[in-house]
Design a protein around this ligand. Sequence first.
Ligand SMILES: Nc1ncnc2c1ncn2[C@@H]1O[C@H](COP(=O)(O)OP(=O)(O)OP(=O)(O)O)[C@@H](O)[C@H]1O
Ligand SMILES: [Mg+2]
Length: 208
Amino acid sequence: MQIITIAMQKGGVGKSTLARSLAVAAVRDGLSVLIVDMDAQQSVSQWAERREADVPVVVFSTENELPKKLAQAKEAADLVIIDTPPARSTEAPAAVEVADLVLIPTTPDVEPLEQMPRTLRLCRGFSRPVFAVINMANPTGSTEVTQTREVIEALGARTASVVLHRRKAHRDASASGLTAQEIDVESKAAQEVSKLWEWVRAVLQVNN
Ligand SMILES: Nc1ncnc2c1ncn2[C@@H]1O[C@H](COP(=O)(O)OP(=O)(O)OP(=O)(O)O)[C@@H](O)[C@H]1O
Ligand SMILES: [Mg+2]
């Protein structure tokens, strides 16, 4: 069982969407996947309630319950994806501590990039492999992606090679408890998620 933690102190950068998209991509790849929702907003748990399919399994957990929930999942789940709350929290450190890989979603905006050092410090405290994931990039321009990569590199961090652009399909899918891959597998949103999942799978193998 491997654990991916999605963390970023800045709110609204796409943590929960990324957790759901990667979880569904992994399910479609034949893995048994558990999402642990550690955010009191419970946006992934609510998404699961809107959803008809019963996979990926979603459970809510506080940091105190996390070791028990992970121990229970150990036999059944190949992959656990932990979604964490924004802002400073007790949940994010607990989730980073157990992770095999930490993903830090960020939009190409100054506000999340200014917050990123805090999340990076948290990850470095636990020596976990960590990558930023650029999300909601402008579909028509590549300059901002190049600049965002440079900012992240200057912070001493690595960026996932696959970028997710701003695509309406992510929002539309969420409304019906789905992911972009499930509403239209041919869509650009779905193809980007699929490429990102392939990249994540390769990184997990390397770090295994
Ligand atoms: N690539 C994308 N393209 C378009 N919309 C997106 C994309 N990623 C996320 N969104 C939308 O942005 C909004 C915020 O996303 P999400 O809830 O995943 O962020 P979050 O980081 O989990 O927020 P919070 O910090 O409040 O938990 C949602 O409406 C979601 O549908
Ligand atoms: Mg969220």
